[in-house]
Design a protein. Structure first.
Length: 107
């Protein structure tokens, strides 16, 4: 692969990552030059596998409740997002517990 082609692919990947970040996160990682550097910086800031982060995400999961003005699909999306964050923090929740937590979060 040529250097020009690699730089083009890296720029597309960096753009895709930047588009998926919120403004607050983007301000923290905006000066990264490559997609790899951008990804690693955002991981170091927001995916630390500390006890505090694990407890915070677990609290988010256990306190999640669907409000009346929220659609079911957006509620499930939020639920799955929290589950994925916990998996990234090496917290394993078995399928039965996931099902029970999701059912308990519904009105």
């Amino acid at each position: 692969m040529t250097d020009t082609r690699w730089e083009e692919i890296d720029e597309k990947a960096r753009s895709a990552i930047e588009l998926s970040l919120g403004n607050e996160v983007l301000r923290e990682v905006t000066f990264q030059k490559t997609a790899k550097a951008l990804w690693e910086k955002s991981q170091s800031l927001y995916l630390k596998k500390t006890l505090t982060n694990k407890l915070y995400k677990k609290q988010c999961l256990y306190s999640l409740r669907m409000s009346e003005d929220t659609s079911l699909s957006s509620h499930i999306h939020e639920f799955e997002s929290i589950i994925m964050d916990l998996q990234n923090l090496d917290v394993i929740i078995d399928d039965e517990d996931k099902a029970l937590l999701l059912l308990c979060s519904l009105p």
